[in-house]
Design a protein. Structure first.
Length: 53
């Protein structure tokens, strides 16, 4: 059975002390698919993040 790890919306997903972790983070934040998202979808995502904090 797979154990779930703790989730923190404010913590990075990957270890920022390693090159691979920083590379994955860079690719994640520069995802070109986010350019195609509508303003409405962005507002909904922002509201969801704020609700989780």
């Amino acid at each position: 059975m797979t154990r779930l790890t703790n989730f923190s919306i404010d913590a990075p997903r990957w270890d920022q002390n390693t090159f691979v972790g920083r590379l994955k983070h860079f690719f994640n934040i520069t995802d070109p698919r986010t350019v195609l998202v509508s303003e409405h979808e962005l507002d909904r995502a922002k509201a969801l993040v704020e609700c989780c904090r």
